[in-house]
Design a protein around this ligand. Structure first.
Ligand code: B12
Length: 510
């Protein structure tokens, strides 16, 4: 069968710098079954729909598959009618945009099949079904329409061991673009300065999928329910083969080991570090972990390697908020982890979440205090946003905080979480934005105290560092005795209860 797979932009005004890994793995597996597959990487080319239709016509597919995360929702909604007008072949969708969206994707947009979770075997089976070689019921984890009703085949289907999937089909994307587009210069530069190590001759960098999923089930994340649940790690040999291919064929010397969690134990890390030191002594790498996996021993092991950056989600300095996020860490664990990384030459990278249910002036003050205590100089800050597939999203829908899902998905399309899209707190938008600024200021203050502050525009200084902090204090002072504060506290308790009560959907793949 001839299969055309399309990537979609996560954000239309900035070209993707991360390759469409989902498609690269789907291709590598489906090709082993003898099918002819192409990728139209719209996330990179940003071509218009006319060009996509033209390329599809040239390829003449028997099946068209679209991949996307939820921020591509609006883009996909506009693309599908154009495809459907020109092609009568089955239209399949996969990726994170399929989380909690069956009804819209099938009934409103007209997809024939929705593939949930990891799709390699499911897509291969679907092709077999379309070729008349198996029944549709034998494909777990897909949805489709039968007599006007959506059927969700229960269960899930993935490799017994994740290594069974061949290495990604790098040959089908513009590797020359991707190895140059992922910017690691700043952090690596700082690391090289600190250690006196040599910069690689070319700053070619690339992401290597070392593991999929997560050990945990945070309430804002997709790993609690359905096909993306669980943590699957590639063997060291598989990862080394992957790195070897990128190193030899594409000249990559800087590796980000992903998806989102890779380092989970001292034992695993020492094996990985030994292999990197032995096989790729001139290559550098960064990886992500959780605060509770970071220890003195782990840092000793990593210090003996070319690891230039270690990241983790700090999220908040308030134990109340961390509990709400089901993060399974505490402020103390977070602060400790950051301090442990800071003692080495490795750059710490953390992210924060602002505006979580239960966020108040007090929890923001706690976060600011934690930033001070850990001496955090930089970090990404994001507004807590309910993304489909997470407990937070389901709770919002169940409790009617999100009523029109389609309208909501249109709204969050094309944005990242550094803009406020959804308000969980009873405070006005401007106050929630001030929370963001307060956290930003706390890191700026640390940089200043460490002699590392950069200049900021006078206007920003007046607004963000003088005006906002005063207004913030005034606002909370003014509402200190208001009834709505009390209601809010009650609501927060209710929030905790409701969040822990959120149910799994019936028939959902487990
Ligand atoms: C790399 C990455 C990015 C990249 C780009 C991703 C891309 N290619 O579009 C960047 C850095 C740009 C990014 C940005 C953001 N991301 Co991001 N990102 C990831 C990450 C870490 C890895 C994705 C990946 O490559 N996985 C590896 C491949 C092999 O797996 P896969 O993509 O899931 O593909 C498999 C299946 O999904 C399925 N499949 C996929 N496509 C298709 C198509 C067909 C036809 C079929 C049959 C099957 C199928 O089969 C594939 C093979 O098994 C994921 C985390 C995760 N666990 O997936 C988050 C994730 C996708 N991101 C997420 C979010 C929320 C964001 C942001 C909004 C975050 C923010 N802070 O603002 C921004 C978007 C900003 C914007 N609008 O610009 C969420 C998405 C939630 C959702 N419901 O959609 C995720 C899941 C993180 C999470 N744990 O919640 N992200």
């Amino acid at each position: 069968m001839r299969v055309a797979l399309l990537s979609t932009p996560t954000r239309t005004n900035s070209i993707n710098s991360v390759p469409p890994f989902g498609l690269l793995y789907l291709v590598s597996y489906v090709r082993t079954k003898g099918h002819i597959v192409t990728i139209i990487d719209i996330a990179r080319t940003r071509q218009d729909n006319g060009e996509t239709i033209k390329q599809l016509k040239d390829f003449n597919p028997d099946l068209i598959g679209i991949s996307g995360i939820i921020t591509a929702y609006r883009f996909i909604k506009k693309l599908v009618p154009d495809i459907k007008r020109s092609f009568k072949v089955p239209l399949v969708i996969g990726g994170h945009v399929t989380l909690d969206t069956d009804e819209i994707l099938i009934k409103k947009m007209g997809f024939d099949y929705v593939v949930h979770g990891y799709g390699e075997i499911k897509l291969a089976y679907l092709i077999e079904y379309l070729e008349g070689k198996r029944g549709i019921k034998s494909i777990p984890g897909i949805s489709y329409l039968k007599k006007d009703a959506i059927v969700i085949n229960p269960g899930d289907l993935f490799f017994k061991h994740i290594d069974e999937c061949p290495l990604p089909a790098y040959d089908l994307i513009d590797m020359n673009y991707y190895i140059k587009s992922y910017d690691t210069k700043e952090h690596l530069g700082k690391y090289l300065e600190k250690t006196g190590k040599q910069a690689p001759p070319k700053m070619y960098s690339f992401l290597v999928i070392g593991a999929r999923g997560c050990t945990d089930e945070c309430s804002f994340c997709i790993h609690e329910f359905g096909g993306y649940k669980g943590f699957r790690v590639h063997s060291l040999d598989y990862i080394m083969d992957n790195i070897r291919l990128l190193y030899d064929r594409y000249g990559v010397r800087i590796f980000t080991i992903g998806e989102e969690l890779f380092i989970y134990s001292v034992h695993q890390t020492s094996k990985f570090v030994d292999a990197m030191n032995k096989n790729f002594p001139d290559a550098y790498f960064e990886a992500a972990t959780r605060a509770d996996f970071i220890s003195d021993n782990l840092m000793k092991v990593l210090s003996n390697s070319n690891c230039y950056l270690l990241g983790f989600g700090f999220e908040s300095g308030s134990d109340t908020i961390l509990k709400m996020l089901n993060k399974r860490t505490t402020k103390e664990i977070n602060v400790n982890a950051y301090k442990l990384i800071s003692k080495t030459s490795i750059m710490p990278a953390v992210t924060f979440m602002v505006g979580t249910p239960g966020e108040t002036k007090q929890t923001i003050d706690e976060t600011i205090y934690a930033i001070k205590e850990a001496n955090i100089l930089e970090g990404g800050i994001f507004f807590t946003t309910p993304y489909p597939g997470s407990r937070l999203f389901r709770w919002c829908v169940e409790n009617k905080y999100i009523i029109d899902v389609d309208e909501y998905l249109e709204k969050i399309s094309n944005h990242d979480a550094s803009t406020l899209q959804f308000k969980f707190t009873p405070f006005p938008d401007i106050v929630v934005s001030m929370m963001y600024i307060k956290i930003k200021n706390a890191m700026y203050k640390n940089r200043k105290n460490n002699g590392r502050a950069c200049k900021i525009a006078f206007k920003n200084f007046i607004v963000e560092q003088c005006l906002f902090p005063i207004l913030f204090e005034l606002y909370f002072f003014a509402r200190r005795n208001k009834n709505n504060t009390l209601n809010y506290i009650l609501n927060s308790k209710e929030t905790v209860m409701l969040l822990s009560d959120c149910k799994k959907k019936e028939g959902e793949p487990i």
